[in-house]
Ligand binder design. Structure first.
Ligand SMILES: Cc1cc2nc3c(=O)[nH]c(=O)nc-3n(C[C@H](O)[C@H](O)[C@H](O)COP(=O)(O)O)c2cc1C
Length: 165
């Protein structure tokens, strides 16, 4: 089975999860940033696609990738976000990702918290929107995420997806 892990990561959190998933996969496997996947997904039997949530939805580069390249392929989606793992909004964000990947066979999804960049925290705290300010106030709790326990959950996710096929 030929597997690709591809991701967008602005501050390194999603890359940590991508690396953990990649470690766990059997050969043959490749890992690339989304911007490096220039030839499409032909030849891969399974593709893990990961990205951060930016402004209440999938990162725009990742969304475009899902829309343009994943139809007809078997994919597993992983996301990182500043909100807690079990936050209600996570389902909405995942649903947006699934919609962007309409036409793909989604064989698994994973989400976990990732540390929010201090520059973003500052922006959130100064916002007029109470919801954004609320995220800003909770942001210090994200420090150090994804930690080892979350990376282990990501490895477990990778094993489950592969075992299911
Ligand atoms: C511009 C921007 C917008 C963000 N918007 C959200 C958001 O709407 N909801 C959320 O939970 N986290 C949000 N975050 C936090 C990131 O999703 C989180 O820190 C993620 O782990 C970053 O992943 P990365 O290091 O791979 O880029 C935002 C971060 C940035 C920089």
């Amino acid at each position: 089975m030929r597997t690709l892990v591809t991701y967008v990561s602005n501050t390194g959190n999603t890359k940590k999860v991508a690396d953990a998933i990649f470690e766990e996969l059997p050969e043959e496997k490749e890992i690339k940033e989304v911007s490096e996947v220039t030839e499409g997904l032909e030849g891969y039997d399974l593709v893990f696609v990961g990205f951060p949530i930016n402004a209440f939805g999938p990162n725009p580069k990742a969304r475009e990738f899902l829309e343009k390249h994943t139809a007809g392929f078997r994919i597993a989606i992983f996301i990182t976000h500043g909100a807690p793992d079990e936050h209600d909004d996570v389902q909405t964000w995942m649903e947006k990702a699934r919609r962007a990947a309409a036409g793909a066979e989604v064989v698994g999804v994973f989400n976990c918290q990732g540390e929010v960049d201090p520059a973003v925290v500052d922006f959130l705290l100064k916002s007029d929107d109470p919801k954004l300010r609320e995220f800003g106030e909770a942001a210090p709790l994200t420090k150090g995420q994804p930690d080892e326990s979350r990376l282990e959950k990501a490895r477990e996710f990778a094993r489950k997806v592969v075992d299911k096929l």
